[in-house]
Ligand binder design. Structure first.
Ligand code: ASP
Length: 328
């Protein structure tokens, strides 16, 4: 039987409330041992080993934990007797950690993340089946070379594509631009396709020796957005700024001028979008060539920020950084 290691980081899947019918609960309360013990027949899918990496609500996920996670996954997957890894994680920042790991794990073996929308104490808690399905997917040899996947509510999403879309529903994750990678029913996966972009074993990024990243901020565009937010961010040490723009990555004239002068000072400006779906293209309503701006292509603002933080680990030209957004 194959061996799957489950790395726990917290989240609602490890959350506990006072009763089964109240909305309030605390994330990251249960231990990995108790979470595994709550899943009937999971031992029929794989030999399971649990490990606690952290126990936080994912709103408190940090780059320090992400780096620790990436290093531990790389270490585990080098071992011949480990077939795959499952990571339990809160859903709030699942897409950020999934994308980070998609770029920094160096293995062809399955890496599968899961979480839940209801705490372990809720009526119809979704955590146990999500964990069962994630282990089934991680134990499946057909999962190899698909990059980091997220398994929630019987769906298999690629790290590049997924995003959280609902604050409370168990059907919260969607992959709006590219669609699902597959589905999973009681631990048995059906794949439709592999993720298209480069990832994991083909990624040039590494966290070996990385302890901290350069600061990259995100601004959410809104009517009459004040341009001095951009100046403030730079004065606080930001080396990059992601604009979660209107529509196709747009911002008002004042912000455009501030972004242009920031780019002239070698602050990397990435135009992404606050819209739920669609790409941000170069030189559509904004002259990116004149402004020296980067476009995020398919990446939403939080993932565009992670790619830029990894890109800024070494010196790269703006052309090289732009190419990364079309590659990853
Ligand atoms: N706030 C929780 C978390 O991200 C929500 C969840 O896990 O569903 O940890």
């Amino acid at each position: 039987m194959v061996k799957v290691v489950v790395l726990a980081t917290g989240g609602t899947i490890a959350g506990v409330g006072a009763s089964g019918t109240q909305p309030g609960y605390s994330s990251g309360e249960m231990s990995i041992e108790d979470m595994i013990a709550a899943v009937p027949n999971i031992e029929n899918l794989a030999h399971i080993q649990g490990e606690q990496i952290a126990n936080v609500g994912s709103q408190d996920m940090s780059f320090a934990i992400m780096i620790r996670l990436a290093c531990r996954i790389n270490e585990l997957l080098q071992s011949e007797d480990v077939s795959g890894v499952v990571i339990t994680h809160g859903t709030d920042t699942m897409e950020e950690t999934a994308y980070f790991l998609n770029l920094t794990v160096k293995s062809t073996k399955p890496v599968v993340m899961t979480g839940s929308m209801r705490p372990s104490t809720a009526i119809s808690a979704d955590g146990p089946l999500n964990l069962y399905n994630a282990v089934g997917v991680a134990a499946d040899p057909d999962t190899a070379k698909r990059g980091v996947l997220v398994v929630v509510n019987d769906r298999i999403h690629g790290a590049h594509a997924l995003t959280k879309t609902n604050t409370t529903s168990v059907e919260t994750f969607l992959s709006p631009i590219n669609g699902l990678v597959g589905t999973v029913i009681y631990g048995s996966a059906t794949y439709f396709r592999a993720p298209f972009r480069k990832h994991t074993y083909t990624s040039e990024f590494s966290v070996d020796g990385a302890t901290r990243f350069k600061r990259v901020d995100i601004f959410h565009a809104c009517a009459d957005m004040p341009a001095d937010l951009i100046d403030c961010s730079i004065s606080q040490g930001a080396r990059g700024i992601v604009i979660a723009g209107h529509g196709n990555g747009n911002m008002n004239k004042a912000c455009l001028a501030a972004a242009k002068s920031a780019a002239a000072k070698h602050i990397v400006i990435v135009r992404s979008s606050s819209v739920a779906s669609g790409t941000v293209g170069r030189n559509v309503e904004v002259d990116d060539d004149a402004g020296q701006f980067i476009v995020s292509d398919e990446l939403n603002p939080v993932k565009a920020r992670i790619l830029l933080m990894l890109a800024l680990l070494k010196d790269r030209s703006l052309e090289e950084i732009q190419e990364l957004y079309f590659t990853y």
